[in-house]
Design a protein around this ligand. Structure first.
Ligand SMILES: Nc1ncnc2c1ncn2[C@@H]1O[C@H](COP(=O)(O)OP(=O)(O)OP(=O)(O)O)[C@@H](O)[C@H]1O
Length: 350
């Protein structure tokens, strides 16, 4: 490492946990970042600044005005420019010792493998489920560790997958949700700071994986709520077959599915013993619901403590997928009868 380079990183090289050895691991590392948006920008900035030697950026989008409050690699002069090469240019200015490759393309089944093969760590800063599953599946098939992050409203999630024989994304969420069940930032908004924070956590996990430092989020999901300053860590269990969410899942389901007709008949006389829970996002609940309370699936583990025990709980969502996950999770963590509305709201409307 050149003198100028070691001077640049001197404050982190001072840390005994990093030292020259850690810095040289960072320099040798080849890290691919999917998406140069809200999460991607802070990830890329901190990785480049820290001296990660080889960084790939995949993004097919251009910079738009509504990106600028959170995609802090870009400024007003960059509007309309392609994100991947623009990000690469900025990062080269930030740290000329880092080799940056930009892939101005949409990551898809026919190009993922060829790109991923050249990297030893992948960080997913994308914003959609088809890409997340593609990234995960490609990492699994090539044996590449994956840093996962996602944000919604004031909450973010971070995990490390496929690392040291740990679980993968499908062990947490086996299948993608239905397309019309998926909220995103352009529909419901996001405070610019949230992807900044979560992106930095992702970059931090990446550096820990590269330098083999501390305890990573492998086998764990860190959920951060920035509105209430809450941090929770959930265990993720590795599954070989039919994986479902969170820990303590067994092969035998201890919840029942109820069809729309039975539900409608029962709903008219629902006693206080019943608790109806909509596990979709707040916006969807406000737009249309079947009554009851709204507890989005991703915050259910935090909310269990507020649910009185001994109730019969009926979960519902749009199509019956998320409510099944909720019921499955709940049945292992709650004393009471658990149901999921088969086919969700859609089955009632039909
Ligand atoms: N399959 C993919 N291939 C390449 N880039 C992708 C893919 N999926 C997502 N991305 C990129 O990931 C980034 C995600 O950024 P972010 O979540 O901030 O959303 P955005 O699309 O930039 O903003 P908005 O939704 O407000 O228009 C985007 O720049 C997007 O182009």
């Amino acid at each position: 490492m050149e003198n100028l380079e070691s001077k640049r990183y001197s404050r982190q090289i001072m840390l005994p946990e990093i030292g020259l050895e850690g810095q040289s691991l960072l320099k040798k590392a080849k890290v691919l970042v999917i998406g140069a948006g809200g999460l991607g920008c802070p990830i890329l900035q901190y990785l480049a600044a820290s001296g990660v030697g080889n960084i790939g950026i995949v993004d097919n989008d251009t910079v738009s005005i509504s990106n600028l409050h959170r995609q802090i690699l870009y400024n007003s002069n960059d509007l309309g420019k392609p994100k991947a090469p623009t990000a690469a240019e900025k990062l080269n200015m930030l740290n000329p010792f880092v080799k940056i490759d930009s892939f101005e393309l949409r990551l898809a089944h026919d190009n993922a493998k060829a790109i991923f093969e050249n990297y030893d760590l992948v960080i997913d800063g994308s914003d959609n489920f088809p890409t997340r599953y593609l990234v995960n599946d490609t990492c699994v098939s090539l044996g590449i560790p994956l840093i996962f992050g996602s944000i919604l409203k004031f909450e973010g999630q971070i995990a490390v997958f496929n690392y040291q024989d740990g679980p993968q994304y499908r062990d947490l969420f086996p299948e993608p949700p239905a397309p019309d069940e998926v909220p995103n930032c352009s529909d419901i908004g996001v405070l610019g700071i949230l992807p900044g924070l979560i992106g930095m956590y992702m970059a931090n996990e990446a550096i820990k994986v590269i330098c083999k430092l501390g305890e990573t989020l492998s086998g764990k999901l860190l959920v951060i709520n920035t509105l209430h300053n809450q941090h929770h860590i959930f265990k993720i269990q590795k599954k070989n077959h039919n994986p479902t969410i969170f820990e303590k899942m067994e092969n035998v389901s201890t919840f029942s599915e109820m069809d729309a007709e039975t539900f409608l008949g029962m709903q008219k006389n629902m006693s206080d013993e019943w608790l109806l829970i909509d596990v979709r996002e707040l916006g969807d609940h406000e737009e249309q619901n079947l009554g009851g309370v709204n507890i989005p699936l991703n915050i259910l583990p935090q909310k269990i403590k507020d649910i009185p025990s001994g109730k019969s709980i009926m979960f519902y969502c749009q199509h019956g997928t998320r409510s099944k996950s909720a019921a499955s999770y709940m049945s292992k963590n709650y004393q009471g009868k658990i149901y999921s509305l088969s086919g969700g709201i859609e089955a009632i409307i039909d």
